[in-house]
Design a protein around this ligand. Structure first.
Ligand SMILES: Nc1nc2c(c(=O)[nH]1)N[C@H]1C(S)=C(S)[C@@H](COP(=O)(O)O)O[C@H]1N2
Ligand SMILES: [Mo]
Length: 334
């Protein structure tokens, strides 16, 4: 008997090639779900999940207090707010760019605790009130470049990660920083079902070298466009490393652990040849399946008007960060 083709681990592949449109996903699920017996979630649940839009939208983020340091108010054309918070990657809520905005509204971000531990003298757990009290927020207009070759310019609000790390007092053994997203399959359907979550391992994890984490451009982000982050952008706190591909910018962080050894990272685990630990934006190092020489800038105008522009080395931040990689082969360490 001929078996219905089913999605395998190899089909559920990284960013961009798992770009089946919602309709095709539904078709695939319709064909295969009954035959294979979906673990965890009944087919009907998935179908209604993918309809998406009957879910309550996220409440508007509350306005934040912040300064605007002149050196970080880059004179660049901004991506409009509705695109920054309407075109997202957050696989815990589905693979389509519209899924996070449609489906993340129910993420419970209050109360929220962030723990910093590992190779530190003073491990600490903070709630969001503690974070807003301890760290002054500032707006930073940063370029944002996804490995899929689209880009935005975003007015984030946040504070330098080095301030939090210093608070915990790294030991002399600390060389890397590991980050972890909330793990709560009841709230994040992609964690419960690999058809929704794209077959990634959850919780989503990321990492930086300690010197990258301490760099003044590296921020923990709590807001965008003047307000607290909406869930689809990684509320209530996410990482922003503007010279690296977007997948390094892990969302909805609950834990930061200083380590002696390089930590595993989610996209690297699923496709090591395509997504390196460094993930520095580099027009000269192509992705195995597409060129990184240019990018589609998602700017104002049209519904999703895009303009091709050259990719910049270190996403335009070479002057500030190139020294971190002196002597490192950027082709080998992609
Ligand atoms: N936990 C988690 N963090 C994540 C992702 C994800 O799927 N899960 N996607 C990453 C990718 S690929 C990108 S491009 C950025 C997108 O951030 P934005 O939606 O705020 O633009 O988030 C990153 N952080
Ligand atoms: Mo991305």
């Amino acid at each position: 008997m001929k078996r219905t083709p089913r999605l395998t681990e190899a089909d559920v592949t990284p960013e961009s090639i798992f770009n089946m449109k919602r309709r095709q996903v539904l078709k695939t699920l319709g064909l295969s779900a009954a035959a294979m017996g979906m673990p965890g979630v009944a087919q009907a649940d998935i179908l209604s999940w993918f309809k998406g839009n009957d879910r309550p939208p996220a409440p508007a983020g509350r306005p934040l207090d912040f300064t605007k340091p002149a050196q970080y108010q880059a004179d660049l054309t901004l991506t409009p707010a509705d695109k920054v918070s309407g075109y997202n990657n957050f696989y815990e809520f589905g693979l389509d760019k519209a899924d996070p905005a449609a489906n993340a509204g129910t993420l419970k971000t209050e109360p929220w605790k962030l723990t910093i531990d590992g190779e530190v003298a003073k491990p600490v757990t903070l709630d969001m009130d503690d974070i807003f009290k301890r760290f002054a927020m500032e707006q930073r207009i940063y370029r944002m470049r996804c490995v899929e070759a689209w880009s935005m310019v975003v007015p984030w609000i946040g504070f330098e990660l080095n301030k939090l790390i210093s608070l915990a007092e790294p030991t002399s053994k600390a060389r890397f920083v590991a980050f972890q997203t909330l793990y709560d399959p009841e709230q994040m359907p992609g964690q419960k079902d690999r058809f929704i979550g794209g077959g990634l391992n959850y919780p989503y994890v990321e990492g930086l070298r300690l010197d990258e984490a301490m760099h003044p451009l590296t921020i923990l982000t709590t807001g965008v466009y003047g307000k607290a982050l909406p869930p689809q952008n990684g509320a209530p706190i996410r990482l922003t490393v503007p010279w690296k591909y977007g997948f390094k910018g892990i969302k909805s962080i609950v834990k930061i652990t200083l380590t002696a050894n390089q930590p595993p990272t989610t996209w690297n685990q699923i496709a090591a040849d395509e997504y390196g630990f460094y993930a520095n934006v580099n027009p000269h190092v192509n992705h195995p399946r597409w060129s990184q020489a240019t990018e589609r800038f998602i700017g104002p105008g049209g519904s999703l008007k895009v303009e091709r522009q050259p990719t910049l080395l270190f996403n335009g931040y070479a002057e500030q960060v190139a020294s971190l990689y002196r002597g490192l082969d950027l082709r080998e360490n992609y």
